[in-house]
Design a protein around this ligand. Structure first.
Ligand SMILES: Nc1ncnc2c1ncn2[C@@H]1O[C@H](COP(=O)(O)OP(=O)(O)OP(=O)(O)O)[C@@H](O)[C@H]1O
Length: 322
């Protein structure tokens, strides 16, 4: 299948007063047209930073310090901020930010806020812009009448739908969704997930779906990329990661074992000993080795490369050979 996004050795570091936080450190992956790639991992492993890196929009004091990003055949790496704004960001790739539904300005109507976003990016007649806003509101299951309302008059689910409509209306091909359902109750979560699946089919979109919730990820993603301490440690198809044989990387195995399951009663839920490392000074070799129960001497010394162990299944672990 054709690739819509290719990422090679991407690096985004934060230059803080305490030192350099290596939040995204040489990650490589690709996304196929019409595919949803899940990005999972514990809090602080670099998922949100990856999203910002893909938009070439690091938050200060972050800087992209290496790597290459290609979207729909266009290498965006050398593009200036002006070019990114004009031709790429929101037009080719957009993001539903974490907590986006809480960033609506309380004193303006939804219509005014959406109109401003649209007109900032596209020279468009008001009437045409109004029609486009209505089209995308309808697509996310809201009536055009919502434009007259203020944020406090809407439920969390409705606000999240507005955030999704706003990410869509410049018609990008790739959408990054950062924890789009985390703050919602389970019923609304299911509705938003169904909406995203539906939009993917209707608009032929490709998604990067960021969450720390493996159960949600199993539901939406075609493939899963697992991040640990700024690195991708495993990528595989959903069936491989959640299938009988399961994942290969000890971290992914631990993460799955720590996920509660609805149909299996366990006396105690397992957990991963220790805490994720400080990214100012990540461990040598494999970054997971201090917490890994099957680590060998080599793991502390040499960093394992991400290698393909079977079709579309890549793992960075010295122990994994299939
Ligand atoms: N603006 C910033 N300045 C300095 N460090 C930052 C900044 N933003 C993130 N970090 C650090 O970068 C690392 C990755 O953070 P990031 O938010 O990308 O992780 P995450 O996996 O998305 O976490 P979460 O699931 O909690 O959102 C963390 O160590 C975090 O403390």
């Amino acid at each position: 299948m054709e690739k819509i996004l290719r990422v090679d050795n991407l690096k985004l570091y934060y230059y803080t007063s305490k030192g350099i936080v290596k939040a995204v450190d040489e990650i490589s992956f690709s996304l196929k047209k019409g595919e949803t790639l899940g990005l999972v991992g514990e809090s602080g492993c670099g998922k949100t930073t990856t999203g910002f890196a893909l938009l070439k929009m690091p938050t200060p004091p972050g800087r992209i310090v290496g790597g290459r990003i290609e979207i729909d055949g266009l290498d965006i790496t050398p593009l200036s901020e002006g070019e990114m704004r004009k031709n790429v960001r929101w037009e080719k790739i957009s993001m539903v930010f974490q907590g986006a539904m809480n960033t609506l300005t309380p004193v303006y109507t939804i219509g005014k806020q959406m109109m401003e976003t649209l007109q900032e990016h596209r020279q468009m007649e008001r009437e045409e812009a109004r029609k486009r806003i209505e089209k995308y509101l309808n697509l996310v299951g809201l009536s055009g009448e919502v434009v007259k309302r203020y944020p406090h008059e809407l439920s969390g689910g409705m606000k999240q739908r507005i955030a999704i409509a706003t990410a869509l209306f410049l018609e990008p091909r790739v959408i990054i969704c950062d924890e789009p359902t985390t703050a919602l109750d389970v019923i609304v979560q299911a509705q938003i997930i169904n909406l995203l699946k539906d939009l993917k089919e209707k608009l032929d979109l490709s998604f990067i779906f960021i969450t720390h919730d493996l159960a949600t990820e199993a539901e939406v993603s075609d493939r899963i990329a697992v991040m640990y301490a700024g690195k991708i440690v495993e990528i595989g198809r959903n069936e491989e990661i959640y299938g009988e044989e399961g994942p290969c990387h000890p971290y992914t195995r631990n993460l799955l074992a720590a996920t509660p399951r609805l149909h299996e009663k366990v006396s105690t839920l397992s957990f991963i000993p220790g805490a994720p490392p400080d990214l100012l000074e990540p461990p040598s070799g494999c970054r997971f080795h201090p917490r890994c129960s099957v680590a060998m001497e080599k793991c502390a010394k040499e960093e394992p490369p991400l290698i393909e162990i079977e079709e579309e299944h890549m793992v960075a672990c010295w122990r994994c050979k299939r």
